[in-house]
Design a protein around this ligand. Structure first.
Ligand code: FAD
Ligand code: NAD
Length: 479
């Protein structure tokens, strides 16, 4: 056994592949172990995000939005088209080709940066040794100075709705329906439920979402959540909060779902059922006895603020550790860890991780919600600007939603920005930058925004924090 790599990364999702590339850029001899086999039966890089997550879901969201727009959204602009037809096969093929372009792109980036892809499974042994088993079953043990665990997450399964592979599916199955289900049930009113529920609803499914909690989007600012719920319900999503699925039964080509809510127990039949109730960290066969790495009671690998485990030189990043399960959070942790290994003092600012739900309109936020500030006893000012008052939103016929800014009452520092509306996912980046620089609401209010853009709504929300918004009647007026 000889030291053949300085750094071994296990997992090539957006956490692992970014960490591997950055480590190689910094001059380390780096290998990345990845076991994923793609639809073409070949090893594939990019993890959940590129293969079955962020990318394919966004491809279908974009395509289904175009279809929906062609069906209902063009007449108002004076554009008359014959009734569009859906070619679902072409839509799914387009998604697959974007996935293979991007996963192949990571393989290219590994080559140009000198990262060795070890196709197969990795296991952490004691003393920072890594056991690698290739897809043919050959085993090799590597000695290394640093290990980065980035094995990600998998969907949570629930006993009342065991997956059947065709009728009851998880998010991966929901990217592959070969025809549009007439009636689609979704368990879980979170990010996946809303995004994939929207895709199939736009393509013609009658969608019902069963959410166990009483609050819709409990992690979001509740004013924005309520506004979003109104918008999504108007689009045809039937969202049932405070509803628990108690059991499912496959009956021929349909699945019957029994659920309980305040109105009592009910049974309803669906053509397909998606289970989207969250994801759990994935560490199967990863940690050998005696490797020294600890896990918490929910299975997350325990790390400190800079993602180091109990064993010096062994790090863990991304979905397999605490914090939001988001691709960009994992990537930033990957960069931080590679730079720390190189002796730099990188950090991740967990207070400015943006969240985006890619519905139409999008929902996006960063920082604290109003509910959190109340709970923490922080005094704050609020500025709200509705897209109904935005000229650009009117031009686009996208006037639903608002921008809401929360700023500290005494320092005026921005504490949170919450948006439902056009391009919210891109606009939130402006708020993230502002918060990274410790900006006040006044800083944004004094910044010039191009006219007419939807971003002006962020400017006006900042002005509204002090009662100075120009294009709405301010709730609180200040000189
Ligand atoms: P993963 O991407 O899960 O990658 C882990 C990799 O490790 C996998 O490739 C796995 O095969 C490999 N692996 C595991 N164990 C081993 C082992 N022992 N040996 C070798 N390899 C191993 N996030 C966003 O930020 N934006 C979005 O729009 C978004 N959309 C999503 C849509 C869907 C439908 C889903 C399911 C998720 C979405 N996410 C989104 C979440 C995002 O995909 C994850 O947060 C992200 O992929 C986590 O990155 P990661 O590198 O930690 O893990
Ligand atoms: P989620 O945590 O976003 O939502 C799960 C929802 O299911 C919650 O509202 C929860 O209350 C509900 N739930 C839990 N158990 C239930 C039950 N038994 N019956 C009914 N409802 C139940 O999880 P998700 O939508 O599965 O997504 C998984 C992860 O992937 C999330 O952490 C998310 O961050 C990530 N993701 C991100 C994006 C994005 O950034 N746009 C997109 C998709 C997924």
């Amino acid at each position: 056994m000889s030291q053949q790599f300085d750094v071994i990364v296990i997992g090539a999702g957006p956490g692992g592949y970014v960490a591997a590339i950055r480590a190689a850029q910094l001059g380390f001899k780096t290998a990345c172990v990845e076991k994923w086999i793609g639809k073409d039966k070949k090893p594939s890089l990019g993890g959940t995000c590129l293969n079955v997550g962020c990318i394919p879901s966004k491809a279908l969201l974009e395509s289904s939005h175009k279809y929906e727009e062609a069906l209902h959204g063009l007449e108002l602009h004076g554009v008359l088209v014959a009734k569009p037809k859906l070619d679902l096969g072409a839509m799914l093929n387009r998604k697959d080709s974007i996935v293979s372009n991007l996963t192949g792109g990571i393989a290219g980036l590994f080559k140009t940066n000198g990262v060795t892809h070890l196709a197969g499974s990795g296991k952490l042994l004691a003393n920072k040794h890594v056991e690698f088993t290739n897809h043919q079953g050959a085993v090799e043990v590597f000695e290394t100075s640093y290990v980065i665990l980035a094995t990600g997450s998998v969907p949570v399964n629930i006993p009342p709705a065991p997956l059947t592979g065709d009728l009851i599916v998880d998010s991966t199955g929901a990217l592959e329906f070969s025809s549009v289900p007439k009636k689609l049930g979704v368990i879980g009113g979170g990010v996946i439920g809303l995004e994939l529920g929207s895709v199939w609803s736009r393509l013609g499914s009658d969608v019902t979402i069963f959410e166990a909690l009483d609050d819709f989007l409990a992690i979001a600012d509740q004013q924005i959540a309520k506004e979003s719920r109104k918008i999504f319900s108007k689009q045809g999503l039937s969202i049932m909060t405070g509803t628990l699925v108690k059991g499912t039964e496959v009956k021929g080509k349909k699945v019957s779902v029994t659920y309980s809510s305040q109105a009592g127990d009910k049974t309803e039949s669906f053509d397909k059922l998606i289970v989207a109730v969250g994801r759990r960290p994935f560490t199967d066969s990863l940690l050998a006895d005696g490797c020294g790495v600890n896990q918490d009671e929910r299975g997350f690998i325990e790390v400190n603020d800079v993602c180091e485990t109990a064993i010096p030189g062994v790090y863990a990043i991304g979905d397999v550790v605490r914090g939001p399960m988001l691709a960009h959070k994992g990537s930033e942790e990957g960069v931080m860890v590679a730079e720390r290994i190189a002796g730099k003092h990188a950090e991740v600012n967990y207070d400015t991780v943006p969240s985006v739900i890619y519905t139409h309109p999008e929902v996006a936020w960063v920082g604290k919600t109003e509910e959190q500030l109340k709970q923490e006893g922080v005094a704050y000012n609020v500025g709200i600007f509705p897209f109904a008052a935005s000229g650009r939103a009117m031009a686009a016929n996208e006037t639903a939603g608002m921008v809401k800014m929360l700023a500290d009452e005494s320092t005026d520092r921005i504490l949170g920005v919450h948006i439902v509306g056009p391009a919210a996912g891109d606009m939130i980046a402006q708020a993230v930058i502002a918060m990274e620089f410790g900006a006040s609401a006044e800083d944004i209010a004094m910044t010039m925004f191009a006219h007419p853009t939807v971003s002006e709504a962020l400017h006006e929300a900042a002005l509204a924090v002090h009662g100075h918004a120009i294009h709405i009647a301010n709730k609180r007026k200040r000189a």
